[in-house]
Design a protein around this ligand. Sequence first.
Ligand code: FPP
Length: 253
Amino acid sequence: MSKIKHVAIIMDGNGRWAKKRFRPRIWGHVRGSSVVSDIVKSADDIGLAALTMYAFSTENWSRPLEEVSSLFKLLKKFLIKEKARILDNNIKFKVIGETQSLPYETISLINEMEELTKNATGLKLTFAFNYGGRSEIVRAVNSFQLSHPDKLLTESDLNGLMYRPETGDVDLMIRTGGEQRISNFLIWQMAYAELYFTPTKWPDFTPREFKKIIEHVSCRERRFGNVSHQGDLGDSIEKAENHKTAFVERAKH
Ligand code: FPP
């Protein structure tokens, strides 16, 4: 079985895809949103545990208002169009980010979908919307300080305070559109992620390419700082801790 359980995607290239076809950028987002449906279906078929997609960053507010509002509309349309499929396929849906500043109608559709799928046990599908990785960390640290004013924060505390702790670390991040950046996306969760950058623009991205990337990356050896390793990050941390203790003990004698 593939060791890739959680895939994160930066869906880039919609604007350039549309421009190449002498169409407005929004047209690229519209085509892009039908690719979102295809890739969610594919992730479910493959049996991934989690799929997190970057749909709107906090920086995206700087785009023309018409484009911003089209992205909100596409989210709304997706939730309406895909509702039955999400429910039928036992998908657990969540939006991460500063959702309170989204239009009321969008918030209520998100809430409805999250509530309807809260007991689902299948694919954990997350849309990052009005999301920024640094602000997710700052929010978590502030919340910890408020509840534990006298305690030092640990990595495990911070893991538990992320927007969606149950999805855990990202195993593979795919960015379409040819740029090689992580753009403030899941920066805490991506510490050990494999990164894959494809020149394919998001509207041209297919389930076939998605599966090929996962197969390709599954063959890469993930060592987590070790020399050669078969297990996961947890095994590696435990092994490192045991070696450190043994080393310190030996040095005492
Ligand atoms: C980046 O392309 C893409 C986005 C900012 C938005 C991604 C959104 C979608 C794929 C559609 C939304 C769908 C749902 C279901 C929420 P870009 O416009 O920056 O492309 P460019 O780099 O070519 O200009």
